[in-house]
Design a protein around this ligand. Structure first.
Ligand code: DON
Length: 567
């Protein structure tokens, strides 16, 4: 009987994935399928990815189609005017790390956000035209195309229809547009699609004609449809209509960089993740190693002991981020040392169980040798796994929409260290390693990650959340590997975060109060905050019961409109 009930609920979980139309859809949070899955921040974007795989595409086709759809249906973070990272593991066993992070324009200078008294004017790195780096996303999509199977025109078709004919807004999106109205008006001279005279409500249809025309130019002229010609002219004109400095030449010069993916073992698993200019891969590796050295798995899940250990590792990793990390094409970063067992053992030498550490005592490690985001997890029937994190930085980026082209520009320049010691919008500080220089890429925390088991993709995972990205990702992975949780619990259990400065543990509101009390007794400061991350996680296993059949569990974070789709 129990078995029948289980089978029935399994059948329901899959079969209740209701038919999606652009004007009527519901999200699905947790599915179990056998061939392919896409998890993203929006139902219509996950749906676009699944549709191209059903047409014969692979996970790379889905990554392109999903990102393009997100640029239309999730404009707060999905983007054409931002940048991102892709980490993939192909069915042939190859690891890929694509860096399509924004770069500083040629006219950028180290002190561009300082006033005459050398005080940081951080509003300028956060809002308006001067806050934007040269966007990388469209170049990233074309760099991904070489691993895909279908023509680009097929992959972009759904995004064009969504922009041209419109789609229904969710309640959260309608509220978001209403709340952002004044900031849009402040930063745009011409009419933008997200602003109207009456309040938005759930179910209203958003049509984005200018964006549709930009997408058509990209369809018809490829890279040149964005980085040259009319779109490039519209971007440059928007910039010079205010204090922006991005020129047509900056756009033409933009290049994707194919990096060597960071790979390291954790227990019986291999973790594949993003190297610099993301700090995330290094931080993740440091966290795994420091906590394993101190036997994290001997303490129960969310016990004060396990949290203390993770927090102390996080404190040290973020001190190192601030001191040593930046774009390696411009500055020297001692990556090998930062992730070596010996160095990390030393880092934790002053760790005292039951007693809070102190960020003014914990300095960055001594090294003698010479520094609005959204995530997509995808797996396909061929065995490819793709993890993409892409961003405008803040919600709706710089809040400036390119007039005539209809897309939001990033405010990624704020991820540089605008002045040593001055925190960015996520409270992260830095120094000259992450100082602004023309062409340089700002340090990121985005950490698209794939965990292999027996050399096959086992977990595909990532999240938005600024500096909380590597720490909440770390928790999702240990929840599965060390605490043997279901994928759903691994994503949805409360998360916490420490980043050296400020010296405080951030916890989500539903974080167990009795554990908070114990941590306070140890001497920690605790701040409750809103949600941490929106993790999209896929777990791929072989069923022991039915002939090693592939079982894919895809989980969309409960914290947003996120949606898991598959077949
Ligand atoms: O690259 C970074 O680390 C940031 N620009 C990411 C921003 C982010 O995750 C915002 N999402 N909540």
């Amino acid at each position: 009987m129990k078995k029948i009930l289980f089978l029935a609920s399994f059948y329901l979980a899959v079969s209740t994935q209701a038919q999606v139309t652009h004007f009527k859809y519901n999200n699905t949070k947790n599915i179990t399928v056998n061939k392919a899955a896409v998890v993203s921040a929006h139902t219509l974007a996950s749906n676009a990815g699944i549709a191209v795989m059903k047409k014969g595409g692979n996970a790379f086709d889905a990554a392109i189609a999903t990102q393009l759809a997100l640029a239309v249906v999730y404009p707060g973070a999905g983007n054409l005017g931002g940048g991102g990272f892709m980490v993939a593991h192909t069915s042939a066993g190859k690891n890929i790390a694509l860096d399509y992070r924004e770069s500083a324009p040629a006219k950028a200078t180290k002190d561009m956000y300082l006033d005459s008294a050398r005080n940081a004017v951080t509003i300028l790195s956060m809002e308006g035209r001067l806050a934007s780096g040269v966007p990388g996303t469209v170049a990233g999509l074309f760099a991904t195309l070489k691993y895909a199977k279908l023509p680009f025109s097929t992959l972009i078709a759904e995004a064009i229809t969504l922009a041209d004919k419109g789609f229904a807004l969710t309640k959260a999106q309608a509220e978001d547009f209403n709340n952002s109205r004044s900031v849009f008006l402040r930063n745009n001279k011409n009419k933008v699609a997200f602003v109207r005279d009456i309040q938005w409500k759930a179910g209203d249809i958003l049509i984005q004609t200018e964006l549709a025309n930009t997408l058509k130019r990209i369809r018809d002229f490829g890279l040149k449809g964005f980085y040259e010609g009319e779109t490039a002219k519209l971007i440059a004109a928007e910039m010079s209509s205010g204090n922006g400095i991005i020129t047509e030449k900056d756009l033409k010069n933009y290049k994707v960089k194919e990096r060597v993916a960071m790979q390291f073992p954790y227990k019986n698993y291999q973790v594949i993740t993003m190297p610099l200019p993301s700090s995330g891969g290094i931080i993740l590796q440091q966290l795994f190693k420091m906590t394993q050295q101190k036997k994290l798995d001997s303490y129960p899940f969310h016990s004060a002991e396990s949290i203390q250990l993770i927090v102390e590792a996080e404190r040290r990793a973020f001190a190192d981020r601030a001191e040593f990390m930046g774009d390696e094409d411009f500055v020297k970063v001692p990556v090998k040392t930062l992730v070596s067992e010996k160095y990390l053992k030393n880092r934790m030498a002053d760790y005292v169980a039951d007693q809070a550490g102190n960020s003014s005592n914990v300095k960055p490690g001594q090294i003698k040798e010479s520094e609005e985001t959204t995530h997509i997890s995808i797996t396909d029937a061929e065995g490819n796994a793709v993890a993409v994190t892409t961003t405008l930085n803040d919600h709706f980026g710089s809040k400036t929409i390119i007039s005539g082209a209809g897309f939001v520009m990033n405010n990624e320049m704020d991820d540089f260290s605008v002045k040593p010691g001055v925190p960015n919008m996520y409270g992260a500080i830095g120094n000259d390693k992450n100082a602004i220089a023309p062409g340089k890429r700002m340090l990121s925390s985005m950490t698209p990650t794939i965990v292999l088991k027996n050399n096959q993709p086992y977990i595909v995972v990532g999240t938005p959340g600024g500096t909380t990205i590597p720490t909440s990702l770390f928790q999702s992975i240990i929840n599965i590997v060390d605490y043997k949780m279901s994928a759903e619990d691994a994503v949805n259990k409360p998360k916490f975060h420490h980043q050296w400065q400020p010296d405080v543990i951030y916890v989500e509101k539903d974080f167990e109060k009795s554990v908070q009390t114990k941590l306070l007794e140890m001497g920690y400061k605790i701040t409750e905050r809103g949600t941490i991350g929106r993790t999209e996680l896929i777990k791929i296993e072989k069923s022991k019961k039915s002939n090693n059949k592939i079982v894919i569990t895809a989980v969309a974070d409960k914290r947003g409109d996120d949606d898991a789709r598959g077949y």
